[in-house]
Design a protein around this ligand. Structure first.
Ligand SMILES: [Zn+2]
Length: 302
């Protein structure tokens, strides 16, 4: 069995009770919901509830969490992006009159996922960079600034509440999952950290784990991924493909194996070059190689 470091205290969220979820009041009638591994937010307006995403990991817990706060119905559902782990329980909320809002690209992805009827089509989409909406007296700004996670992914900004939702951007106090959250375009992922810090917010909801974050957490993630890039760049400069292949005894005509062992060697070297982060982020031992693989390939080909 692979041994991992215990989760550091600073990265642990609240204990999850028997109900399976925790609701946290973010102020301004906004609430954060988590079941430990996945999270989202909703906002209560005069008339109803505006919900961001509907994860199958939360599913019925989401409705219980909302009922804990208000008897009002969910009137609006905003899809942050098309991935099923975030919106694959939307069918549970779907009813006559529910407005589902997303970028048009997200609608296209859902249309393509014909096998999946858990993600109803959005009722309202927008193209381009920005949509501003007034929902029952609350201002929502939806921004599409680049494919930092998946084409069509949104920043959802609540100006007055000083809340930003950026699902699958990072997790406060933890290293990025896998290959930088399977970012569709790694340079855009780097840009996204700068873009997030341009918003006026105090709280950020990022879709995974049990904690909401702050601008400082965004800056910390940015510093971490910049360290990944520095280490990967240095390893790419110093690890030689032919030498790596010879060291791994790869047959000379096996070009696929050659490039595989080379990148593995680049990642291993970059991991040695990385400064220690385990006092600042949880999970670095779990995802370091995946993170570095994504960054190294991006430095090499983007
Ligand atoms: Zn996603």
């Amino acid at each position: 069995m692979t041994e991992f470091a215990p989760v550091p205290d600073f990265a642990l969220g609240p204990d999850i009770p028997k109900s399976g979820y925790v609701v946290t009041d973010l102020g301004g009638d906004a609430y954060f919901v988590t079941q430990g591994m996945i999270n989202t937010m909703f906002l209560v307006t005069k008339k109803g509830v505006v919900l961001v995403d509907a994860s199958p990991f939360l599913a019925d817990k989401l409705l219980a969490a909302i009922e804990e706060v208000t008897p009002k119905p969910v009137t609006h559902l905003i899809y942050s992006h098309a991935h099923a782990d975030h919106i694959g329980a939307a069918h549970l909320l779907n009813r006559e009159g529910l407005k589902i809002i997303s970028h048009e690209i997200t609608g296209e992805f859902i249309k393509q996922a014909k096998h999946d009827d858990r993600r109803p089509m959005p009722t309202e989409t927008f193209s381009g960079r920005r949509k501003e909406m007034d929902i029952d007296g609350v201002r929502f700004v939806l921004d599409y600034t680049g494919d930092w996670h998946q084409a069509g992914n949104l920043f959802i900004h609540l100006r007055e509440q000083k809340i930003l939702a950026a699902m699958d951007s990072f997790a406060p106090k933890s290293a990025p999952f896998f290959r930088l959250y399977f970012s569709a375009h790694v340079p855009a992922y780097f840009d996204a950290m700068d873009q997030m810090l341009e918003y006026d917010f105090e709280t950020i909801v990022t879709g995974h784990m049990a904690l909401p974050g702050t601008p400082e957490d965004v800056a910390t993630n940015r510093e971490y991924i910049r360290d990944l890039r520095t280490a990967a760049s240095e390893a790419l400069r110093t690890v030689d493909m032919k030498q790596a292949a010879a060291a791994a005894k790869v047959a000379e005509n096996n070009k696929q194996a050659e490039i595989k062992v080379w990148m593995d060697a680049v990642v291993a070297r970059a991991a040695e070059l990385m400064p220690s982060w385990d006092k600042r982020l949880g999970g670095t031992d779990i995802f370091l190689a995946d993170n570095l693989n994504a960054v190294a390939w991006s430095v090499f080909i983007d």
